[in-house]
Design a protein around this ligand. Structure first.
Ligand code: SAM
Length: 318
């Protein structure tokens, strides 16, 4: 247990999807003046350096957020050659299209942490949420890894946010429901486990069921990997059943960037594709989210897709 460190993965395509959905959801929920409580059951370290040792080891941000921002040190791009084929013309037209609102907003938040451009600093969910919250809102952060919990505590301390933020070195699945319902009866709960343990899939479901029982009108967001594993395959289906049985609406959004096929190199070496796709499942999503994502996802596919298997789905129920 605990070999997972989010610093290796910060800013990858899964973070882009997760954080874009998180920001669009929060933007809507923060339109109401009543205080909002955000519970992040698996918070990570909070803030990451994309030019640091961890991120450099796997370079996952290179196939994620770094494809979306302009490197301030890069020389000006040469003028593109005129598009001749139909496919090249289509790609050129898509590249010129204005950014969809949800994607533009995500990049605006990333830019807020990188005033000089680029994305040397990548905000994890705790910093993204804190950046958007108002003084009277509350943020509860759970992180169980001893090192990440210490880093998170130190990172959060720099914000001098006082009582607004609580960092708990506790099992997010075990005790986060104690904050539900919050006094103002408005909450967003983000469940973003590493799925390092197969049991995480079942625990997400148990947690969501318990949370819905305690606070049926809360908004719940679950990130999950799309990998060839029965538990991963079943999770969105089981979450949908849970929401439907509770009479709640749901939204399931997925982003695929490449094929999940394991290939063999000419040398005979087996090549695993890494994470090819992921999804966000929301219970009680804001009604504004679906159209925002339907506009943004084709652009994400175009910018982050690595082969012809790239694609997206946005599916609402209830
Ligand atoms: N939500 C973060 C973000 O978007 O920036 C990333 C979180 S990362 C995918 C998952 C985190 O959960 C890891 O930092 C891991 O140490 C932590 N973790 C694993 N099991 C946990 C548990 N039972 N309770 C709380 N945190 C846990």
């Amino acid at each position: 247990m605990f070999s997972y460190r989010h610093a290796f993965h910060a800013g990858n395509h899964a973070d882009v999807l997760k954080h874009m959905v998180l920001i669009a959801t929060l933007d809507h929920m923060l339109e109401k003046e009543t205080a909002l409580t955000v519970v992040d059951t698996h918070a990570g370290a909070g803030l990451y350096r994309l030019d640091g040792d961890y991120a450099g080891t796997s370079g996952e941000a290179a196939e994620g957020v770094l494809r979306l921002v302009t490197d301030p040190k890069a020389p000006p791009a040469p003028a593109p050659a005129p598009a001749t084929t139909a496919a090249a013309k289509k790609a050129a037209k898509e590249a010129e299209a204005p950014l969809a609102d949800a994607l533009a907003r995500y990049l605006e938040v990333i830019h807020d942490f990188n005033a000089k451009g680029g994305a040397r600093v990548y905000p994890g969910s705790p910093f993204i949420v804190q950046h958007l919250l108002r003084d009277h809102d509350r943020l509860k952060l759970f992180e169980l890894h001893p090192t990440d919990s210490r880093t998170l505590t130190a990172n959060i301390a720099q914000l001098e946010a006082g009582r607004q933020i609580a960092v708990l070195h506790e099992d997010g699945f075990g005790s986060a429901t104690k904050f539900l319902p919050p006094p103002s009866r408005r909450a967003l709960v983000l469940m973003d486990p590493s799925y390092e343990l197969k049991t995480d899939y079942g625990r997400v479901l148990d947690f969501a069921a318990e949370a819905l029982k305690r606070f049926a009108t809360g908004t719940y967001a679950v990130w999950y990997p799309i990998i060839p594993r029965p538990e991963a395959h079943d999770l969105p289906r089981r979450l949908k059943t849970l929401a439907t049985k509770a009479g709640k609406s749901s939204l399931n959004v997925t982003l695929t960037v490449k094929s999940s096929k394991i290939t063999t190199a000419p040398s005979g070496e087996t090549r695993r594709p890494g994470l090819p796709a992921s999804g966000m499942f929301l219970i009680n999503p804001p009604y504004t989210l679906k159209p925002l994502l339907e506009a943004a996802l084709p652009q994400l596919v175009q910018k982050l897709g690595q082969d012809r298997n790239a694609g997206f789905t946005v599916e609402a129920a209830g």
